[in-house]
Design a protein around this ligand. Sequence first.
Ligand code: SF4
Length: 61
Amino acid sequence: MSAAGQRAAFPDSLCHSCAAPPRYVTSDRGSIFIYCPIFKRYPPQPVHACTAYAPRPERGA
Ligand code: SF4
């Protein structure tokens, strides 16, 4: 899935910039779910606050 497609789902979710890293899953109906490997579940979206959030390092940094 493209980065743009990933962000189309809950664009203001913290998960998109999280180092976890989240996994994007598309259902048969085309719905996008964001799986968190830290909590091992699909957190209710959009996530605005998360105790396990760590910003993903910039590429090349
Ligand atoms: S740790 Fe929190 S912010 Fe990061 S992917 Fe999981 S639920 Fe989202």
